[in-house]
Design a protein around this ligand. Structure first.
Ligand SMILES: Nc1ncnc2c1ncn2[C@@H]1O[C@H](COP(=O)(O)OP(=O)(O)OP(=O)(O)O)[C@@H](O)[C@H]1O
Ligand SMILES: [Mg+2]
Length: 447
């Protein structure tokens, strides 16, 4: 007998050790082989409770065979009242959980489609998502892929953004891959689809790192890069070899923006002359080089030390807005970084912001900044932006034009890496004077 117990104990120990080793050395196959099947069983077994606890169940009246207790008295009962039971069909209230589809495994969790009860909307599930995540003991549950009458719940067991490895270079014109999305897909910025981007966040939240990643991704491409850096040039000067122009003082900013507006107007005239709506419809030999304008800390552009700068600030604001409004068709793209871009900065800022259709919101200090950056997107996106912790710089909420949003994280690109890329591809930087076809108002970046 003792031998049997010992044998059982030993085999159990061996099995536990084996499972531990499997999980330790090959977590991916462990997940598909053991983790996912056991989670599936648990999710299905507990779904009725979970849905009820999260307020997703509905009461329905259903026919049920019930047992009724009938008191019996008499000799058989020896004068004690005994209950006998009689079966009866009757209508009773039952709680019905929404129907759960097939649990499909993903690398970090699972996706499952849920059929909405009549009267339910996807927002009900968004509100319940946190409760479901706790009940399922997972990192997060998100509502994705909303179809008429159905939503998909997407559960992830750990934050996929703790480690991000990817390369920003994509090899496609005006397309960079600055990081990863929460769903494990690449985060791709395609400037031909979304021409201008706003990159906002508190200090040390990862704005400059994202700018570095974009710069590194664009450096090997046939595009002209232009920098505005009113933090005294400390951010962009190291990348000067790859920049066609760099403005670090207010006077230079006014000059460079003047050049940009003039260039946009030239391109507009060329397109008009050739009956093209945008530069991409022009014949190859006439198509101008795309220009990507990087602005670090946009607030500095609008800051006024005294009244004498008022004119310059107004000019800057107007020129930037013109570039944003017209740039889309003429391959001039803006990537504007800033801690907050609100109407308090000055007139024209709100109009500029509305032109920047791509939005990246890093960690923010106040809810208004998140709202300002992401606009009136899904409230869950604003919550996600507010919940970004300080320990994970580079994590952000990204919103494109189509109203969808994602949590994402930029890949870490330290300054020396971006600097190296700028030096390696310095020969690809078009000369600013050649590009604008005349003497520049501003010295070339590398001079
Ligand atoms: N994606 C990332 N992965 C890992 N670390 C990151 C990432 N992004 C930023 N960091 C770290 O956070 C620090 C601050 O990032 P960054 O300089 O980009 O912030 P910032 O928003 O530009 O701040 P500031 O407003 O002060 O310019 C960086 O020095 C870097 O070490
Ligand atoms: Mg910075």
């Amino acid at each position: 007998m003792n031998d049997h117990v010992l044998m059982l104990a030993v085999s159990a120990a061996v099995m536990v050790a084996g499972l531990w080793a499997w999980r330790r050395w090959h977590p991916a196959s462990f997940w598909y082989g053991v983790g996912y099947p056991s989670r599936t069983v648990l999710v299905y077994l507990t779904w009725a409770h979970v849905a009820s606890g999260c307020g997703l169940s509905r009461r329905r009246r259903r026919w049920r065979l019930t047992l009724d207790a009938v008191p019996v008295a008499g000799p058989a009962a020896r004068s004690v009242t005994v209950a006998t039971y009689r079966r009866r069909m009757r209508r009773v209230d039952v709680e019905r959980a929404p129907r759960l589809g097939w649990l499909r495994p993903t690398r970090l969790g699972w996706r499952v489609r849920v059929r909405l009860h009549d009267g339910q909307v996807p927002a009900d599930y968004e509100r319940a998502a946190e409760g479901i995540a706790h009940a399922w003991r997972v990192h997060s549950v998100r509502v994705v892929d909303v179809r008429p009458g159905k939503v998909t719940l997407w559960a992830t067991m750990r934050d996929p953004l703790t480690e991000v490895t990817t390369v920003p270079e994509t090899g496609e014109l005006l397309t960079v891959r600055p990081g990863k999305l929460e769903n494990g897909a690449d985060w791709v910025i395609d400037l031909r689809t979304v021409p201008h981007w706003l990159n906002a966040g508190a200090t040390q939240s990862g704005k400059s790192n994202l700018a570095n990643a974009i710069l590194k991704g664009l450096a090997p491409q046939p595009v002209a890069l232009v920098g505005f850096d009113l933090k005294g040039g400390v951010e962009f000067t190291p990348y000067a070899p790859r920049l066609s122009a760099l403005a670090t003082t207010r006077a230079e900013c006014v000059g460079l923006l003047g050049d940009l507006v003039a260039e946009v107007e030239t391109r507009m005239a060329t397109c008009r002359a050739h009956g093209a709506r945008n530069v991409w419809n022009l014949p190859d030999h006439l198509r101008p080089v795309p220009i990507v304008v990087l602005v670090d800390e946009v607030a500095e552009l609008f800051l006024m030390a005294d009244k004498s700068e008022k004119d310059q600030v107004a000019k800057t604001g107007t020129a930037l807005l013109r570039v944003a409004q017209l740039g889309r068709a003429f391959a001039v793209h803006l990537i504007v970084c800033g801690q907050r871009i609100g109407s308090d900065l000055g007139p024209g800022v709100t109009a500029l912001r509305s032109q920047l259709s791509g939005r990246v919101c890093h960690r923010v200090n106040d809810p208004e900044t998140a709202t300002m950056t992401l606009g009136d997107l899904d409230p869950a996106a604003l919550d996600a932006a507010r919940a970004i912790p300080a320990e994970t710089p580079g994590v952000c909420v990204v919103a494109g034009q189509d109203g969808t949003w994602h949590r994402a994280r930029s890949v870490y690109v330290p300054e020396h890496e971006a600097e190296q890329a700028a030096r390696t591809f310095a020969h690809l930087a078009p000369d600013w004077a050649d590009l604008i076809g005349g003497p520049p108002t501003i010295r070339p970046a590398a001079a």
